[in-house]
Design a protein around this ligand. Structure first.
Ligand code: GLN
Length: 492
């Protein structure tokens, strides 16, 4: 049989309904590929083949009975290791939770199971989702399938590498400041951060609750839309999840192509096509803009001056929330307790001191500092004001444009070890992704070219609140007209 590893979820779903393949065969193909190449890529922290195959068999039984649960019934979905799956490890790539097994399913996982998807594997990530390269994982290294000396991006680097290397058609990531879109861009796949509140955060280990969303990672925009529709729902367990039914994205995936006469307006913030951006990224974004223009869109230059404040505001708000959210890991509940602990106080200090990595400690310290009585007004409060400014500036921009368009990252995947000594440089790489989180807006990254070194370049579209479906259809039209999404990394 032709390899199943680089088929899209949509193709696999059609094959399943025509009965030309079984869910077991699809799952086995992923497991074989993982056995063959994951020693080199390092995308998965753990995989439970028996459980995965049992879910695939249950799916085949439903198909045989003529009662598949959805288009995703029998399709494997890999899961970032900060999303709770009942009876599976939930380590957040940390030492402190290394042995923790989740007693329950996150709402996104329960939703996937209701669709019959085969939920399998725990993908590597930066510890507690803090980072942009997956190098902060306390458990293993992940390589970029396009160049093994480069990082896959982060924090959802394992999910991105797994999809890019043909070890799963679909994966879930989480995006607090770019952790779905940036690794998607680095690995040449599609990644999408939904509108804040579209997807429940119940059962997702909290890093910065007001910023983060779980979202889809896939080889095409159509697949990503299918996956978002499966996970998005209101949720009584998450008060920030939006109430009421949301409009599904997949049925509208061809809207853009059908209405190419409709004048969509795409605004490129001039702040993001400045001189410092590498020429191949600038050229790829300009070429994409020219393509949209040739297909009925109007391209205009816009200015969102407050964007230059996005990085400092994000790193103040995110660390403040992290310092509070991570207080629960105390050596008493959930987590590993230090063997050196002798009394109530040093249970905390020793367990946390041994269990957290450098970056997590740095952020807890920074977050506690910006929230402390003496500095709250100077840092935290001001960052919140900047956040409002950024949200309002986007609101003004959306009076004139339908999408904001910019690169996903200011560079392509960088060499491993290149920034680990210098956290500030690492933080600055998030310049294009954090604004959408601060404003709660949906944003998608999809492949729009390759650098001179043959590394993928991602294009980002940011939409109005709840314009998730429109983003997918704009990305889909572009991907159908180009071959970037169908290229696969050579050499693995
Ligand atoms: N790179 C950003 C950070 O380090 C974003 C992380 C994320 O989205 N989880 O905080």
């Amino acid at each position: 049989m032709e390899s199943l590893n680089f088929k899209t979820a949509t193709e696999l779903s059609e094959m399943l309904s025509r009965k030309t393949v079984s869910a077991r065969e699809i799952m086995q193909a992923q497991l074989d590929r993982i056995a063959e190449i994951d020693g080199e890529v390092g995308a998965f922290i753990s995989v439970d083949p028996r459980d995965a195959l049992a879910q695939a068999d249950a799916s085949d039984a439903r198909r045989a009975a003529g009662t598949p649960l959805s288009a995703l019934d029998g399709i494997p979905v890999a899961i970032k290791d900060n999303i709770a799956v009942a009876n599976q490890p939930l380590s957040c790539a940390s030492k402190i939770l290394e042995k923790f097994v989740s007693p329950y399913d996150a709402t996104v996982i329960a939703n996937l199971k209701k669709c019959g998807a085969v939920v399998f594997g725990r993908t590597n990530m930066d510890e507690f989702a803090m980072g942009s390269s997956t190098e902060n994982s306390a458990l293993k290294k992940t390589s970029n399938p396009w160049n093994k000396d480069c990082v896959p991006g982060g924090s959802s680097g394992g999910s991105a590498a797994a999809v890019a290397a043909g070890m799963c058609p679909l994966a879930l990531g989480s995006d607090t400041g770019g952790s779905i879109r940036q690794p998607a861009s680095f690995c040449g796949i599609v990644g999408m951060k939904p509108t804040y509140g579209a997807v429940s955060r119940y059962g997702v280990t909290a890093f910065a609750s007001s910023l983060e969303q779980v979202g889809p990672m896939a080889r095409t925009a159509a697949d990503a839309a299918l996956l978002l529709d499966a996970i998005a729902s209101p949720d009584m367990h998450d008060s920030t999840a939006l109430p009421g039914a949301r409009e599904p994205a997949f049925p509208r995936i061809d809207d853009f192509s059908k209405n190419s006469g409709k004048k969509l307006r795409l605004g490129i913030p001039k702040e993001y096509l400045a001189g410092t951006l590498p020429a191949d990224i600038q050229n790829a974004v300009r070429a994409a803009a020219a393509w949209y223009e040739a297909h009925g869109c109007e391209i205009c230059e816009i200015s969102i001056p407050s964007l230059e404040l996005a990085i400092p505001a994000y790193y103040i708000i995110a660390t403040a929330e992290a310092s509070s959210n991570l207080a629960r890991f105390d050596g008493i509940r959930y987590t590993r307790r230090s063997k050196e602990a002798t009394d109530a106080i040093n249970i905390f200090s020793k367990s946390r001191g041994e269990g957290f990595g450098e970056e997590v400690k740095r952020r807890i310290l920074l977050g506690s500092y910006v929230l402390s009585a003496g500095y709250y007004d100077a840092y935290y409060l001001r960052a919140q004001k900047v956040r409002t400014l950024i949200r309002d500036d986007f609101g003004k921009a959306f009076e004139n444009v339908d999408f904001v368009m910019m690169p996903t990252t200011p560079e392509t995947a960088f060499p491993r070890g290149g920034k680990t000594e210098d956290p500030l440089t690492m933080y600055l790489g998030d310049v294009c992704t954090v604004p959408a989180n601060l404003a709660g807006l949906p944003a998608i990254s999809f492949p729009c070219g390759f650098s001179a070194e043959n590394m993928p370049i991602g294009l980002q579209l940011i939409g109005r609140q709840l314009a998730d479906a429109e983003l997918f259809s704009a990305a889909r039209a572009f991907e159908l007209a180009h071959d970037f999404s169908s290229r696969v990394p050579a050499g693995i």
